[in-house]
Ligand binder design. Structure first.
Ligand code: ASP
Length: 712
């Protein structure tokens, strides 16, 4: 079907391909039975009863699924990685060696991970949009929408004690849905394979097919004895999910129907050519270069000291992931001439608009107005890129900024605060800071801050940052910045997480009395950041109004309804196990095997394989997980579903509703998927359940986990 719709769209002259990330409210329209679904659609999704949907969770921004009645969750190795790192030290290097709890008592806290279950949803577009009036200016409009969403959330949480509410924007300025979630906070590590399995191939193989990575982990979520969400306590009990997925150890074959339920993060298919141009020319190259440099710095500092390396592991991994994704997108945009294509599409749309006088009045200058917003952004691109990356580059500067911002925000009425300082979020804000500080390493922080200040020192006259100019006194920027940084780091106490935690509850006056040079610098930067926030708010207000109009007229033009871009809400996508042809005369099969792991193994990072796996393979000890067709164990799968970041850890499910894989990636060519879907290059990658089970049983010896999942 995707193919047909795509062809139709191409004929219509547009590459707004068939977005296949269907909100759950759309599932009943899909005729999945005709596509290969063997179970009743009601078993998949039933708003009035229990269905497969109830087994799907959001775990720390990724997806996971319940695979037992005792709260056992299967997700990706890379999704649990931060928690594994937080539990690791030089003496207990779980990152390198993996972690296995032999009893429930041995399971350890997965710091930073929470589990979120979607309970219900309701369209609240009318309520949200009732907050705006034609008389409002653009920033006022954005503020009014934001405020209304907060009010709806507050009311929903009051009515549903213990639940988390969130209003998600499905189409900017047009459609809003209120979701109710259960948030479970006591998550523990159960089995994490060693890095040589869970991250086999490392960054070399990331965003690559063929793939041989055992990217899976088991965690367990606990609740209070009455089943309600609770912080960690030894008295908590394994959470009883409404539904868990049956694991099918028989696996799948080329051509089989599969579907995925998960929480895709963000896609941008409804954005215009102006957005694509900004991304392609400015933001993505800047970020890719910055991250590449930051990774090199961290790797160098960690080279001789595993303790230092552990602090950097998760950060390097996430920067590397984004960096390579952006490089893939940049390459794909160039190869597909995506920008030109989108511009052509928009020309066609403009002709359609102009052809009708009424349409022309309503929509005539929508594209032009959107263009103006991006023109303004482009005019300030250098300083905005620096400002948008300054805080996350220095852990201490960020801590200082949060402290001083909290002092101002926490005084305001709750609903008027910026989200991180609202009562419902403030604990998480604190915990995030604490986790960041646990990985603080002074030489890294200094080096990063130095680089960004040097960049700021070179900004053109009309984009200067006053707080940075105030440092540059001698005419020698490098020396001034060096001296300034020495003063910051030698005079601060913010490397101590307890100091930061205490300061977060202080008033502005008390914070001033701390005389901390980082806090002073954060305060000096505050007006610039405030201005940027207001500018962004004004632009968002404009884009929200214009995007709503754009989607309307596009729907008229294409005579179709659109699926909203991914926005971290629960979605379904379906497809088939399918190979692909990334280049001329090249075809890749959709299933890899253990033989490939052995072939890739060089004994040099990141292609090291544990000896036990090599021995098991040599002995052909595949147990019940052997595929007779492959005469081996299947390791990874490729299929043509529509996924993005956040779908990591999603269960890949067969037509009978059984779990046969865990989604974790896409090939390099498919990173462009976030901008446009295509049958020829959009593919997703999973670790095959047979490999998950084989590693867990034969390599880790954790047969009890298979028993728990009912795999006999
Ligand atoms: N590996 C990806 C991620 O980082 C998953 C994807 O984007 O397909 O989330």
């Amino acid at each position: 079907m995707k193919k047909l719709v795509l062809m139709f769209l191409l004929f219509a002259g547009l590459l707004y391909s068939d977005e296949g990330m269907y909100p759950i409210s759309e599932i009943h329209k899909l005729n999945l039975k005709a596509k290969g679904l063997k179970i009743d659609v009601k078993d998949l999704y039933n708003p009035n009863g229990i269905s497969l949907i109830d087994a799907i969770v959001n775990v720390g921004g990724c997806t996971g699924s319940f695979v037992s009645n005792d709260g056992l969750i299967l997700t990706n190795h890379h999704c649990a990685f931060g928690a594994v790192q937080a539990a690791s030290s030089k003496d207990h290097d779980y990152v390198t060696d993996g972690f296995l709890a032999r009893t429930r008592g041995e399971e350890i806290v997965a710091r930073g991970l929470t589990v979120r279950i979607t309970e219900s949803y309701r369209d609240v577009s009318k309520e949200v949009l009732s907050a705006i009036a034609d008389t409002m200016d653009l920033a006022g409009r954005a503020r009014a929408i934001d405020r209304k969403m907060k009010e709806i959330v507050a009311e929903a949480e009051k009515k549903n004690p213990g639940k988390r509410a969130e209003v998600s924007e499905m189409f900017a300025g047009k459609t809003y849905v209120l979701f109710l979630y259960t948030n479970l906070r006591d998550v523990r590590l159960v089995y994490v394979p060693p890095r040589s399995v869970g991250e086999f191939g490392g960054e070399n193989d990331n965003w690559v097919w063929p793939r041989h990575t055992g990217d899976f982990s088991f965690v367990r979520v606990y609740s209070a004895p009455d089943g309600s969400p609770a912080d960690y306590s030894p008295n908590n009990v394994p959470f009883k999910p409404k539904r868990f997925l049956k694991v099918n150890p028989a696996g799948v074959d080329d051509g089989d129907f599969v579907f995925i339920l998960g929480y895709p993060g963000r896609t941008f298919r409804h954005n215009t050519s102006h957005y694509l141009a900004y991304e392609e020319q400015y933001r993505m190259p800047y970020i890719a270069n910055l991250y590449e440099w930051q990774m090199a710095v961290m790797e160098q500092f960690g080279e001789k000291d595993r303790g230092v390396a552990i602090k950097h592991d998760a950060r390097i991994k996430s920067l590397a992931n984004v960096m390579k994704n952006y490089r893939g997108k940049l390459k794909g945009m160039e190869r597909l001439k995506l920008l030109v294509q989108k511009q052509e599409d928009e020309k066609g749309l403009q002709i359609f608009i102009n052809a009708d006088p009424t349409r022309r009045v309503v929509y005539g200058n929508v594209l032009e107005e959107i263009g103006k917003v991006y023109q303004e952004m482009t005019g300030r691109v250098e300083s905005e890129l620096i400002l948008n990356n300054l805080r996350q580059s220095s852990i201490l500067l960020n801590a200082a900024y949060v402290i001083s911002e909290a002092a101002g925000e926490r005084r305001k009425p709750d609903l008027e605060r910026i989200a991180p300082y609202m009562d419902r979020n403030f604990n998480t804000t604190k915990q995030n800071l604490r986790s960041a500080l646990a990985n603080y390493y002074e030489p890294t922080d200094k080096t990063f801050l130095n680089e960004l200040l040097l960049q700021a020192a070179k900004l053109p006259e009309d984009q200067r940052i006053p707080a940075v100019d105030a440092i540059l006194k001698s005419g020698d920027a490098e020396r001034d910045i060096d001296q300034f940084i020495e003063r910051l780091f030698s005079g601060t106490t913010l490397a101590d997480a307890d100091v930061v935690m205490a300061a977060l509850d202080e008033s502005a006056e008390d914070i001033g009395r701390m005389n901390d040079p980082f806090i002073e610098f954060a305060r000096a930067l505050a007006p610039t950041f405030r201005q940027l926030r207001e500018t962004t708010q004004r632009r968002d207000g404009a884009l929200s109004r214009l995007s709503a109009l754009l989607v309307d007229v596009k729907a008229q033009y294409l005579k179709t309804n659109f699926i909203p871009d991914a926005n971290r809400t629960l979605r379904l996508t379906f497809g088939y196990i399918r190979g692909y042809s990334p280049a001329d005369a090249t075809y890749h099969n959709p299933i890899t095997t253990l033989r490939g792991v052995i072939e890739k193994t060089t004994g040099v990072e990141p292609f090291i394989t544990p000896q036990k796996i090599i021995d098991l393979h040599k002995a052909k000890d595949f147990g019940r997980f052997k595929s007779t067709k492959l005469n081996d164990v299947a390791v990874a799968l490729l299929y043509n579903t529509d996924t993005t970041g956040g779908n990591s850890g999603s269960p890949v499910i067969n037509g009978r509703g059984e779990l046969i894989g865990v989604n974790f990636d896409r090939p390099f060519e498919a990173t462009i998927n976030d901008y446009a879907w295509s049958e020829s290059y959009s593919r997703s990658i999973a670790v095959d359940i047979r490999y998950v089970l084989w590693v867990t049983q034969k390599f880790a010896g954790a047969t009890w986990l298979l028993d728990e999942m009912g795999v006999k």
